[in-house]
Design a protein around this ligand. Structure first.
Ligand code: SF4
Ligand code: FES
Length: 254
């Protein structure tokens, strides 16, 4: 029966780095997995089965379960967000795996993303980069401006929108052999750099965000392109080129 699939999972069950535990690989057989389940629904079933056996459930992050919050970050069979392209783990379905397959699940690994427990990692480094400049300062008192007051070239608006679809999941960092955050940061810089509203603070933005990225311990970009391949939102490498240009102009001004 299609709804009686049995999967085996290898989970890198890493304990919190604060406890200095090395972690270990744990295999959990799981039954009653439907091919129509999402990957996270399968994880819920696994955890239910573990709890019923008196075993600690596997810790993993999730929130929206519809591909917009970027929380469901994990490595599945050696790929960030699993074998499907342009989907997050929560949008991945079990029909992508074979019946009886052993699936290896690991947390995202990067020095700047310390493992909290099992598959949950601390990605607050991204928040701090965002706080360093990923915003526009707007006076909110008075009347609201008409939406079409500032005409924006359609091409630029589309590119800014594409960059803004970055959900901050961290797959780009986890897929990069250098653990570089350039794709994420460049998406956040680009979404403002392309719009007139973003130009006022452009110099400070790129300098502060890049500085914070370096302070957090992310690696350098060596143009391997792995980040673009694994990005569930299809964020383009051209954003990195744009950020480099922005950075160059900003340093030349300073
Ligand atoms: S650039 Fe892509 S992979 Fe990186 S954080 Fe944004 S959505 Fe995730
Ligand atoms: S849980 Fe929000 S993107 Fe997957």
């Amino acid at each position: 029966m299609a709804n009686k699939l049995k999967y085996e999972f290898d989970l890198k069950n890493l304990e919190t780095s604060q406890h200095n535990s090395k972690g270990e690989m744990v295999t959990y057989p799981i039954e009653n997995v439907s091919p129509d389940m999402s990957f996270l629904e399968m994880m819920d079933v696994l955890n239910e089965q573990l709890i019923n056996k008196g075993i600690d459930p596997v810790a993993f992050d999730h929130d929206c379960r519809e591909g917009i919050c970027g929380m469901c970050s994990m490595y599945i069979n050696g790929e960030a967000h699993g074998p499907d392209r342009l989907v997050t783990t929560c949008q991945l379905h079990m029909r992508k795996f074979k019946d009886g397959e052993t699936i290896t699940i690991e947390p995202f690994r990067a020095n700047a993303f310390p493992v909290v427990k099992d598959l949950a990692v601390d990605r607050s480094a991204f928040d701090r980069i965002q706080h360093a400049g990923g915003f526009v300062s707007v006076n909110t008192s008075g009347n609201t401006q008409d939406a079409n007051n500032i005409p924006i070239d359609k091409h630029d608006a589309d590119k800014a929108f594409d960059a803004a679809t970055c959900i901050g999941c961290g797959a780009c960092v986890a897929s990069c052999k250098n653990a570089s955050a350039m794709l994420f940061v460049s998406a956040k810089v680009s979404q403002y750099a392309l719009l007139p509203q973003g130009k006022i603070e452009a110099t400070d933005r790129v300098l502060n965000m890049v500085k914070q990225m370096d302070d957090e311990g992310f690696g350098n970009c060596t143009n391997t392109g792995a980040c673009e391949v694994e990005c569930p939102k299809g964020i383009s490498l051209e954003n990195i080129a744009r950020m480099n240009r922005e950075y160059l102009f900003a340093t030349a001004k300073g």
